[in-house]
Design a protein around this ligand. Structure first.
Ligand SMILES: [Zn+2]
Length: 144
């Protein structure tokens, strides 16, 4: 059942519940009223169950489409980092690999690391990974 159909059945479900609530206010129900009440409650339950099922399907579709959209962002891996279309600095390959998130890395082009080696340092503010690469790595590896 599609979303519009589900949405169009919800007013009927609410009306059925209103009728059920009205019956419940009466002290004594006739056999016909009791049968109608049971029917209305079942109708409402069916509508709500269908709406819930449709909601799960729609959520799954949204997640699939979001994932496809993220994949369409052109990402190129240049070991050990990656580049994304429209982002001038390298992006974090860990965040892209794990969560398909484009996180531009902070670049410090001429640094001396903990071991005393000079190089280009790249830091991800999201996962806090860092890479120290040879001087000139960015110029040699940036996609055209
Ligand atoms: Zn990261």
């Amino acid at each position: 059942m599609d979303f519009e159909t589900i949405m169009s059945t919800l007013p009927a479900a609410l009306k059925a519940l209103d009728t059920a609530a009205m019956y419940l206010k009466k002290e004594k129900l006739s056999a016909a009223e009791r049968a109608d009440l049971e029917t209305k409650v079942l109708e409402a339950k069916k509508c709500i169950a269908e709406a819930e099922l449709e909601s799960v399907k729609l959520k799954s579709n949204i997640e699939r489409l979001q994932s496809e959209l993220r994949r369409k962002v052109g990402v190129v891996f240049q070991h050990p980092l990656a580049f994304a279309e429209g982002v001038s600095s390298p992006i974090c390959p860990v965040c892209w690999g794990d969560r398909e998130k484009v996180i531009p890395l902070q670049c410090h082009l001429d640094q001396t690391d903990f071991y005393g080696d000079r190089g280009e340092m790249y830091f991800c503010r999201s996962c806090e990974n860092e890479w120290t690469l040879e001087v000139g790595w960015l110029e040699k590896n940036r996609p055209e």
